[in-house]
Design a binder for this molecule. Structure first.
Ligand code: SF4
Length: 354
């Protein structure tokens, strides 16, 4: 489905625009120096939109300072106090994120929408499984995908009732299956752009796998206009994982896609060592290609069963045999080398040709 489009600063969301990456600072917004430093780090890592929490008037002052120097559009994240949303719009926010479940009376939501409309600022309506409206919890007997979806649809309808169109929606749960179902239900019923993610995914490997499962499944089904990975810790890691996810899903082809086989009883070289070395040494080249908007595939395969096929499908590759490897270049066998020369020969060929 082609979704409606909104503009956040210079970044388009929805309407067929490339899926953008967002993150959120975890510094104290009142400390504008530390917050701006983190905004710059996020932008350098590839984050296109950064969200800052604005819980009180001191944070609002910090937001205003950071906004003046930020290289990317900034979103003000508002909970409970609608006056912070009004102040953030005055401070130059490129988008406001509110949660209709905790922003207060209709009058307050209306005041935020009217001011955003007057200033051409989009609003993200963020529905979260941890803060659903009481009526919906009673109706559905607790938190579920249907309740999340209905909450988001109600909020969209309410905003539309004021003629407010610049809407992005998020409906997040920390439960992968509920998260998936809620997004699918919403997408079946609305063409509003979706900010996707798995909220509170956790920390470390488990969090990364849960995020990949939750966000990847949506991306592969064409759901999602902008995304945020939520990890405990340094938010730069969220951006790096988001970039990897877009690449893994074949949505953003940048850098080097590295293919290597799992090895088996047929392997006659130390493939784990060779693959690890090649991938590690290619990392700076991958980053350079990514910055240049270029993409190549490199395959490192253990034997002749799948090796030649994968090698030929890649731009560069090696298909190994007994203590040797066949270096493959653009689908053709380039040369046969000894096992201890595979890494050097393949890397120097890639360096020479790209
Ligand atoms: S490519 Fe060859 S060595 Fe690698 S897993 Fe397949 S059969 Fe085994």
């Amino acid at each position: 489905m082609i979704t409606k489009q909104v503009k956040v600063g210079n970044v388009l969301i929805g309407g067929g625009a490339p899926i953008s990456i967002q993150s959120m600072t975890n510094t104290d917004t009142r400390d504008s120096e530390s917050t701006l430093k983190q905004v710059n780090e996020l932008a350098e890592a590839g984050c296109q939109i950064v969200r800052l929490t604005v819980p009180d008037s001191d944070a609002l002052k910090g937001f205003e300072i950071v906004k003046k120097h930020s290289p990317v559009p900034l979103v003000a994240d508002i909970h409970f106090d609608y006056r912070m949303a009004l102040g953030a719009i005055d401070a130059g926010a490129d988008k406001i994120r509110i949660n209709p479940g905790n922003i207060g009376s209709e009058d307050r939501v209306r005041a935020v929408l009217e001011k955003a409309k007057a200033n051409n600022i989009p609003i993200r309506i963020g529905v979260n499984s941890g803060s659903l409206e009481k009526e919906l919890l009673q109706k559905y007997g607790g938190v579920c995908a249907e309740a999340l979806c209905e909450s988001a649809l109600n909020a969209v309808k309410y905003a539309e009732g004021f003629g407010f169109e610049d809407i992005v929606v998020s409906l997040k749960s920390s439960d992968v299956q509920m998260n998936n179902k809620a997004h699918i239900l919403f997408r079946q019923q609305s063409d509003r752009p979706l900010h996707i993610g798995l909220t509170e995914a956790g920390i470390g490997r488990q969090a990364e796998i849960k995020s990949a499962a939750a966000i990847g499944s949506l991306l592969l089904n064409g759901i999602g206009d902008t995304m945020r990975v939520s990890l405990t810790g340094n938010p730069v890691n969220e951006v790096l994982l988001a970039k990897d996810l877009l690449a893994a899903c074949g949505i953003r082809k940048l850098g080097i896609d590295f293919v290597s086989c799992p090895t088996c009883g047929r392997t006659e070289v130390d493939l784990p060592k060779i693959a690890d070395e090649i991938q590690r040494r290619l990392q700076p080249i991958s980053e350079r290609l990514s910055k240049e908007g270029r993409f190549i595939r490199v395959a490192v395969m253990g034997c002749v069963v799948n090796g030649p096929g994968e090698g030929k499908a890649a731009d560069f590759g090696v298909a190994c045999g007994p203590q040797m490897g066949l270096i493959i270049r653009h689908g053709e066998i380039y040369k046969k080398v000894k096992e201890n020369e595979i890494s050097d020969q393949l890397i120097s060929l890639i360096e020479k040709e790209i």
